[in-house]
Structures are given as C-alpha cells and as structure tokens.
Design a protein around this ligand. Structure first.
Ligand SMILES: [Zn+2]
Length: 126
C-alpha cells in the first residue's frame, strides 16, 4: 500500500469509488486481494498507479479525514465498506479485538450454524 493521501476532496475519485460499493450490502464489488480486502486503484500525484484498500477509502470519505491507524472491521468482513462497521484504531486494538473471547465465540457459533445448515440440507434436501 502507499503513503499517498486518499484524495477525498476529488469528486471524480469519490464518484468512481462509490460505483464499486454495493448500495445494499455495502460490499466492495471490485478487485479483492488474497485476504478479501477491496483494492481501489487510482492515479497518484505523479501519475503512478496507487492502490488503496477500499475500506480505508470508505472510512476516509465518511469521516472526511485521513485514517491515522489501522481501520478495523467491526463486522469481521474484509470487503465490507459500510462506514458504520469501520473503526479507526491501532494494530494492538486489532489483535485485542480478534482475541476477544466473545468475538471468538461468535465466530465459532456462526461456523457451527453453517455446518448445521449443511447437515440439515443433506438430510432434508436444499
Ligand atoms: Zn460490515
């Protein structure tokens, strides 16, 4: 990623960015990296291709500010660009969040529910 400022004052940047955000789910519909994060490419000050992480851009547009730390997903869904899901924090917060037993429990419960659905559809059809 780059240290280039996110050009939140550029209407063509913001307009193009928003075209890649699903208006219903808030998900990034453009290119995603191997970790599932949306990537938005835009020319930098020297005309070079700058890659921005989409959720950082979403946070910056929503807050009209440059993010100072790690932008975290409250929803644990990397392609999500909903401003309400995004929090500015530090890497330490990020790790604390991940290790929070309530969140671990929630993820485990979701995995069990998904596995349960699969078992049910095998037993009773889709
Ligand atoms: Zn979200």
């Amino acid at each position: 990623m780059s240290a280039v400022e996110i050009p939140i004052g550029d209407a063509s940047f913001v307009g193009r960015f928003l075209r890649y955000v699903d208006p219903v789910s808030g998900e990034w519909t453009g290119y995603r990296d191997d970790d599932g994060y949306g990537i938005f490419t835009w020319p930098g000050p020297a005309g070079e291709r700058v890659k921005f992480r989409a959720h950082r851009v979403a946070w910056a547009i929503a807050h009209q500010a440059q993010p100072t730390g790690v932008i975290r997903h409250g929803c644990d869904h990397p392609p999500c660009c909903r401003p309400g899901c995004l929090k500015d924090g530090t890497q330490a917060d990020n790790i604390a969040d991940r290790d929070d037993p309530r969140r671990r429990h929630a993820r485990r419960a979701a995995a069990i529910a998904a596995a349960g659905q699969q078992v049910l559809s095998l037993a009773f059809g889709p």
